[in-house]
Write a protein that binds this ligand. Structure first.
Ligand SMILES: [Zn+2]
Length: 485
């Protein structure tokens, strides 16, 4: 099976892209690029989630036509993906006619499972989600995501019997047919399933939520935004008849944030089971990104637009920070100070310096001609294993171990001393080893820092090395003062 399908969650377009979106894009992109290195045929999908009352109300507040508003915000996410050099080849919007048509078809297929009933319970407008009695009790009646009381609501909706599938989902996780990373999240999802699931409402009265996909055959209801958004992963492939769907489903990897883990670990699998479809193979759940140790938020005045970071440091340094300095398996933090340090100490001093001094020596001692390069024999199994276990931070640790040890190799072999001794064969051998090891580093960096990797390869693969090089990571001279916007 050479097909490989990877997805990010689709951001809800009621606000601008933040660091969490950047993190998710970069993580998924690195895995998509890694899969391409393994010669897989990759479909990499992202997109935007565009229905629901929150978006409807926001557009109304801004006195904008709702479709115009979602077009604008969706474009911001598209642009962020592009700015981060994300290699997605699909972008699904839930207001696309293709999505809408297929959602209505899926609704009809699943309607054997649905029943109509009065819903009396808890709701948070901020999440556009329903909450169970136990969740409300655990949080003392206050939504932890929005710091406001859950709302008690009563309405007649269609329901999907989640409970019917809980045992099967539980078993799929236990049998590792549906793998959830990291382990802590897997356990959390198992315990949700163990506690028993309540059936979920999958529609809303059109009077309350007019901005949504109409329930087929019922003009009084729209399909619940969360329910139809989850279907994007199959509608984008052209479920049910398109050959992409036949070839690429089930997804190999789904990347989502921890706030929406249960939608992807429980509700989506139940929907797929109802449709008689296979579950995704891997669900990878990442954490949150705080800023200067504080939770990010508009109201807190500390939100940073990822574009600010890209503008200041460049794309690859931004990717680098998010991949190596934000934990792959828990929450992480961004600060301009930490970013400056990572940039100066690791990218400039370690990697940039290695490239620079190697190039200078090969030019000086071999006239820039490095000849045939013996392939290095480093152990890259830990690197591969780290990526395959979704520890991208550790995979980069492995690469930088090699960077450091090569710098050390130069310090210890002292090619300038060998040159003085006029031992040409030894000198050539040392520099060839250096060049080949650098090429290996470029190869290992490819999924993570694609531009840097290409620059290094272009230099060291050429028959005659360039005599001068634009410095890869010019050191930041003075730490600039930073203001969050
Ligand atoms: Zn909430």
């Amino acid at each position: 099976m050479n097909q490989f399908y990877i997805t990010t969650s689709i951001p809800y377009v009621n606000g601008e892209p933040h660091l969490g979106h950047a993190l998710e894009f970069i993580l998924a992109d690195s895995m998509a690029r890694y899969a391409r290195e393994l010669n897989k045929q990759v479909i990499f999908s992202t997109g935007t989630d565009e229905h629901g009352s929150k978006i409807y109300n926001k557009a109304k507040d801004l006195k904008l036509d709702v479709q115009d508003f979602v077009n604008q915000t969706s474009d911001q996410f598209k642009k962020l993906a592009k700015d981060l050099n994300v290699s997605n080849n699909r972008f699904v919007r839930t207001t696309d006619q293709n999505h809408i048509d297929r959602v209505q078809l899926i609704w009809q297929k699943m309607s054997k499972d649905f029943y109509k009933s009065k819903y009396i319970g808890w709701y948070c407008d901020g999440d556009e989600a329903y909450f169970t009695d136990s969740e409300v009790r655990e949080n003392n009646g206050i939504c932890p995501n929005h710091n406001k009381p859950f709302e008690k609501i009563e309405e007649e909706n269609y329901f999907f019997p989640l409970s019917k599938y809980s045992e099967k989902i539980y078993q799929a996780i236990i049998d590792n047919k549906f793998k959830i990373y990291p382990k802590g999240k897997r356990n959390e999802m198992l315990s949700f399933l163990n506690d028993g699931l309540e059936d979920i409402s999958v529609s809303r009265p059109i009077k309350k939520v007019p901005w949504g996909i109409e329930v087929p055959g019922d003009k009084k209801q729209t399909i619940y935004v969360w329910f139809e958004a989850l279907l994007n992963y199959i509608t984008v492939l052209g479920y049910p008849e398109h050959s992409d769907f036949q070839q690429y489903w089930p997804a190999n990897i789904q990347v989502v944030g921890k706030d929406i883990a249960r939608f992807h670990a429980i509700i989506l699998p139940a929907i797929l089971m109802s449709l008689d479809l296979e579950l995704p193979q891997n669900l990878y759940i990442h954490g949150f990104v705080s800023v200067n140790g504080k939770k990010m938020g508009k109201s807190l005045g500390n939100s940073i637009n990822p574009t600010q970071i890209i503008k200041k440091y460049g794309v690859d340094p931004t990717r680098y920070y998010f991949l190596r300095h934000i934990s792959s398996s828990s929450d992480g933090d961004f600060s301009f100070e930490a970013m400056d340090d990572a940039y100066n100490n690791e990218l400039a001093n370690e990697l940039g310096n290695l490239i620079q001094r190697s190039l200078v020596m090969i030019n000086k001692y071999l006239n820039g001609e490095i000849g045939s390069i013996p392939p290095p024999e480093h152990d890259i199994i830990p690197y591969k294993r780290a990526i395959e276990a979704f520890h991208l931070d550790q995979a980069l640790d492995e690469v930088f171990k090699q960077v450091r040890s090569l710098n050390q190799y130069i310090d210890e072999t002292k090619p300038w001393v060998i040159a003085k001794q006029n031992d040409k064969d030894h000198l050539k051998e040392v520099l060839e080893y250096l060049a080949s090891s650098i090429l290996e580093i470029a190869f290992l960096l490819k999924p993570f820092l694609p531009e840097t990797s290409k620059k290094i390869e272009d230099i060291f693969k050429s028959k005659k090395l360039p005599s001068k090089l634009e410095i890869l990571f010019p050191k930041l001279e003075e730490p600039a003062k930073h203001e969050a916007n």
